[in-house]
Write a protein that binds this ligand. Sequence first.
Ligand code: MLT
Length: 268
Amino acid sequence: MLRQVRVGNVSLQVRDEGAGPVVLLVHGFPLDHSMWQAQIEALRGTCRVLAVDLRGFGGSGGDHAEVLTMAAYADDCAGLLEALEIREPVVFCGLSMGGYVAWPFWTRHAARLGKLILCDTRAAADSTETARGRLQMAERVLRDGTSALVESMAEKLFAPETRQKQPHQVDAVRAVMNRASPPAVAAALRGMAERDNMTPRLGEVQVPTLVICGAADLITPASEMREMAAAIQGATYVEIPHAGHMSPLEQPAAVNQAILDFLSRSSS
Ligand code: MLT
């Protein structure tokens, strides 16, 4: 079911399905919970799946801040769990920006984190040039609307094979991006630009961790994710063939299998 949950001064929309250990799914930028449809279907038989819309995105309110840091989103995730009276550690599964949110969730709310799934994301901060580009894009989106961003991102999100064989998925993601509110997009861009470099801290991660990357990911390349996984003690790395940056949506069967294997292995 889709529900609205009050967290501080904002109402967050969350898809809440199934019963069992909690898996919190956190979407990429500038998307919403709908990107996780296939994972919700695969996991709700054995888990309670919470697929949240981050502040300002999808059906969640609160798109008026100038900057939304990854820490602010992480605090919202913790606030959501608190509001739902979930006290046990959860599986935090984030894609790309959702993975950037996983880092402050880990550092600020460690007691709430049981396992980590990092999809098509990175630990490194932006380079000066990337950060500058984000700040410029934030201004452009506020001035001209979200379409400026959609055009620059849409091509890079998917493997060529997905664009050919699953154009409906590409269109659906494009539609979600086009609906994103310009102030929310700008606030997230500014927040991503100022996020911390977590690479030196990867050795401190002590929870079971699964790292998933589309083999043809152009935004967070497999070579970088493989190195990130190698720096996290005991982490499992799974590369998904025929997938780009949106691997859970492009190759859902392979991603679901990796997640289900990880969850059953790490619970024994
Ligand atoms: C995302 O998919 O969340 C974005 O590509 C992240 C980014 O722009 O770094």
